[in-house]
Design a protein around this ligand. Sequence first.
Ligand code: HEC
Length: 159
Amino acid sequence: MRKVIIITAFAGFGMLAACSGNANEGEIKKLNERITALENELEELKETAGPGLAELMNQNYGHLQKLETAIAEGNWEYAEFCMHEMEETFEKIEYIHNNHDELVQPASEQFKAFIYPVFESLEAAVEAHDEPKAADLFINLKTNCGKCHTANNHGFIAL
Ligand code: HEC
């Protein structure tokens, strides 16, 4: 987050310099290059300093397993908790690894196609404490995790 603030500050300074009329084109160009370099550094930092894609996927797997048990036991509060944690993990994956090497299309696009529709229906079933419907939708969700693995040449990751 600090990096984002720094970049925003740089961008603001660049615009200010451009508006004041004092800065010459060379200075503006230099500032723009610096902004681009910082943006690239930020992208790299996200991938190298943050959790890896496989690490985040394992978090998903842990919550998926706990979600199955919570639904079977009618522990709706825990089921909601697991889904909330998974949502946070999805967001992290999209933020950090949207264009990961192993993905054939951006993570955000693929989550929209494979995960979010069934995830939202499952959330509604959990909120309604509808055990049979939630159990069915859970299977769909798990199947769709696997479909994304297959679509990205990782079909061997069977859940
Ligand atoms: C965008 C497509 C996509 C979706 C959706 C997806 N995965 Fe993955 N998953 C991958 C990719 C790609 C890898 C391999 C990561 C790597 O090579 O670093 C992976 C790896 C994994 C792994 C192996 C991690 C390891 O270290 O052994 C598990 C477990 C996993 N995913 C679980 C899930 C679960 C559970 C879901 C659904 C909630 C899910 N995945 C949804 C693409 C996806």
